[in-house]
Ligand binder design. Structure first.
Ligand SMILES: [Zn+2]
Ligand SMILES: [Zn+2]
Length: 398
């Protein structure tokens, strides 16, 4: 009798567990290079019991105890109370998130998952190894204002997840997947997490964008200026505008901008960085030499007397800190150059202010994503997708 009941109970539990297992998203580990921690020493602690492991060596650390981590040549030294241990690489894990701070005990940050410390290029290299979904909790609030509407935050979460899947081989040579800076996606660990963005990440768990079975490079920009930039195509994507002709991203307070420079500043920015020659004399002129089909400036031509300089829009934007390359230019009062433009950022992919505008206009996360990644569709992340580059390499070898 008893055995029968146990078996029946077992099957009942099994049947109940099945649907939740099926819904569980594939959640691979991401190795995030925490580039902010590269100085020669730092402090690590945990509010619960934690441990440090390297090969055969293992130490249990009581809750609240701080361990000093230092580079010692090509080794990493841990100072645990009176004991000093050295190894090439340490794996640290706690029953609660680990907290890292600098040598003075300041600027503390807590991280979910594991921490790996080793020496790389004569500096400390700290990796945070954690599930993709947990990583995104520390990314989305730093990449989009957490006060944006829920559907916009969900679209951002899916874009950031797709970006990670597509770009996770970026730091392969460094022994990591992604870094925590603007080079990849800004990641701030648990301190960055916000309720609204956590809801957006959890609510879209495992969902990415795909195009022809490949993860979409889910790039995003603050404000496309009303005209998303050309991706890899030659045709510009549709304008980011509603039926009444208003830009979805117009709520950005700096959607339209104007900035003026002395002629000489632009002249210098258009030259080689180290050219310190006397400026030529004569009549001056400035004009857009070439722009793409979406209106972004590809090349700007500036003339001073007999000398003509040409500079790319991207280079000029970076040297003069212009918000975008979607601008017009004019000479004002003979010695001022005025740029008038719209948008902010490279303009590719998801327009963040536009996503907020679309959400306020009632669009769903899916509609928002389809507007900015034409032809892409939503899919559930699978192991095959996570290994997409390996699969590509495999198929190109055939
Ligand atoms: Zn990076
Ligand atoms: Zn836009």
């Amino acid at each position: 009798m008893r055995g029968k009941h146990t078996i029946a109970l077992f099957f009942l539990l099994f049947a109940l567990a099945l649907p939740s297992l099926a819904q569980q998203a594939f959640n691979p580990e991401v190795r995030v290079w925490l580039t902010r921690w590269r100085n020669s020493s730092l402090h690590i602690t945990c509010s619960a019991r934690w441990q440090v492991v390297s090969g055969e060596t293992q130490r249990e650390i009581p809750a609240g105890e701080t361990v000093l981590v230092e580079r010692a040549g090509e080794q990493v030294a841990l100072q645990i109370g009176d004991e000093r241990l050295e190894a090439k690489e340490w794996n640290l894990q706690g029953e609660a998130p680990l907290s890292l701070s600098d040598a003075q005990g300041n600027n503390g940050r807590s991280y979910r998952g594991k921490i790996v410390v080793r020496v790389y290029r004569s500096r400390l290299q700290v990796l945070n190894v954690l599930p993709l979904e947990d990583y995104l909790l520390g990314v989305v609030p730093l990449e989009m204002p957490p006060g944006f509407p829920a559907e916009a935050l969900k679209a951002q979460a899916v874009a950031a997840r797709s970006w990670t899947v597509r770009n996770r081989f970026r730091h392969e040579a460094d022994g990591a997947d992604v870094c925590d800076g603007i080079h990849c996606q800004v990641y701030g660990g648990m301190n960055a997490e916000k309720e609204s963005t956590t809801t957006a990440v959890r609510g879209t768990a495992g969902v990415i964008l795909v195009n022809s079975d490949l993860p979409v490079d889910g790039v995003y920009t603050a404000d496309c200026g009303g005209q998303p930039a050309l991706g890899n195509g030659v045709e510009p994507p549709p304008a980011d505008r509603d039926d009444a002709g208003r830009d979805y991203c117009a709520d950005n307070p700096r959607h339209r901008w104007q900035v003026g420079f002395a002629f000489m500043e632009v002249w210098q920015a258009a030259g080689e960085q180290d050219s310190a020659q006397e400026p030529p004399k004569g009549e001056v002129d400035v004009q857009i030499a070439q722009s793409d089909a979406g209106g972004r400036v590809l090349n700007l031509r500036i003339r001073c007397g007999e000398v003509v300089r040409e500079v790319s829009g991207v280079q000029l934007r970076s040297r003069l800190s212009l918000p975008s390359t979607l601008f017009s230019v004019r000479l004002d009062q003979g010695n001022m150059i005025v740029f008038e433009g719209s948008g902010s950022g490279h303009g590719k992919g998801l327009c963040q202010w536009g996503a907020a505008g679309r959400a306020r206009a009632g669009q769903s996360m899916e509609q928002i994503l389809q507007a900015y990644y034409p032809g892409a569709s939503l899919a559930t992340l699978s192991e095959v997708m996570w290994q997409w580059r390996k699969n590509q390499k495999g198929s190109s070898n055939r």
